[in-house]
Ligand binder design. Structure first.
Ligand code: NAP
Length: 276
């Protein structure tokens, strides 16, 4: 990304904060970043922390930016897009991190054929450990796609999908996924306590086990399946637990849960499309 590219964030909440922090950590100048929000107190605290230009008028921000990151809740997006009509040029790249809102709806609300990259980030982005799924519409050129990668890779990894509908699968996997691991940590903590450990010890053992296992899988020397087999000795304790999981169709439970998230993402997209 050029060191003159100006990036405007509409919505100064949690996700915008994470991405702005990531961009500044990667060496982007604070003069390249502008931010708007309805909350003046939130803008003041972002200005105090980063020294950014702030706006309460989204169109005024858009007039000064080559890239606009839509970081408001999905329900606010149609209003924001209508405010931007006439304030963006044909070369402006729109990056939407709003869950579920389709690029066709964003362009309908903007009233033009804009280059749009939709992103599904996840909460570990707050710790620079995120992973995002990205999709570019037909108007986003290669340089604009690269800009989106540059921006989102400041808070974690980026993986592109070829069809917009696949973002619903990304939502069901990595978007909602942190909560699945939190549930696993909660369940293992409760089960450890039921086996006699005190709650704090059980929780710490669960958390560090999840982190260590994830780091081993991330190292990529062995697949998760190979790692599981390596730590599962014949007739050992791990085998007893894995067989119990399998007897209760653990994979089917996970598949059903992710299908439910996928179906909900599709329904939400339809509900959000009807917002105008
Ligand atoms: N957090 C996550 O884990 C996560 C993961 C994936 C995707 N996302 C997506 O990221 C987006 C932002 O999420 P977030 O957690 O950062 O939300 P957030 O903390 O609520 O931030 C959104 C901000 O936008 C402001 N806002 C509302 N209407 C506005 C308007 N018309 N113009 C300018 N600003 C306006 C809000 O102000 P008020 O509070 O006063 O309304 C709020 O400060 C959402 O669309 C969400 O779907 C989030």
């Amino acid at each position: 990304m050029k060191n003159t590219t100006t990036i405007g964030f509409i919505g100064a909440g949690n996700m915008a904060y994470a991405i702005i922090s990531g961009l500044i950590n990667t060496g982007i100048s604070t003069q390249q970043i502008k931010i708007s929000d309805t909350s003046e107190s939130l803008l003041s605290s972002r200005k105090a922390e980063f020294g950014l230009d702030t706006f309460t008028d989204n169109a005024q921000l858009a007039l000064q930016c080559e890239v606009i990151v839509l970081a408001v809740k999905p329900q606010a997006l149609s209003t924001v897009c209508r405010q931007l009509q006439g304030a963006i040029s044909a070369n402006t790249l729109i990056i939407s991190i709003a869950a579920g809102v389709r690029s066709g709806d964003i362009n309908r609300w903007l009233g033009d054929k804009n280059a749009i990259v939709r992103v599904m980030p996840n909460t570990p982005a707050l710790l620079n450990q995120g992973i995002s799924g990205l999709f570019a519409n037909e108007f986003a050129n290669e340089a604009q796609q690269q800009m989106a990668t540059d921006i989102l890779s400041s808070v974690g990894e980026c993986l592109w999908v070829a069809e917009e509908g696949l973002l619903d699968a990304v939502t069901a996997l990595s978007g909602s996924g942190p909560a699945y691991f939190f549930l696993m940590i909660e369940s293992m903590t409760k089960a450890g306590a039921a086996l006699g450990l005190d709650e704090k010890t059980a929780e710490r053992l669960s958390i560090k086990t999840a982190l260590g296992a994830s780091m081993m899988a991330s190292a990529g020397e062995d697949s998760a399946c190979e790692l599981r087999k390596k730590v599962t000795s014949k007739n050992g304790t791990t085998q007893a637990a894995i067989e119990s999981f399998q007897d209760q169709d653990f994979e089917v439970v996970v598949t059903h849960a992710m299908r439910a998230a996928f179906d909900r993402a599709g329904k939400l997209a339809i509900e959000l499309s009807d917002l105008d």
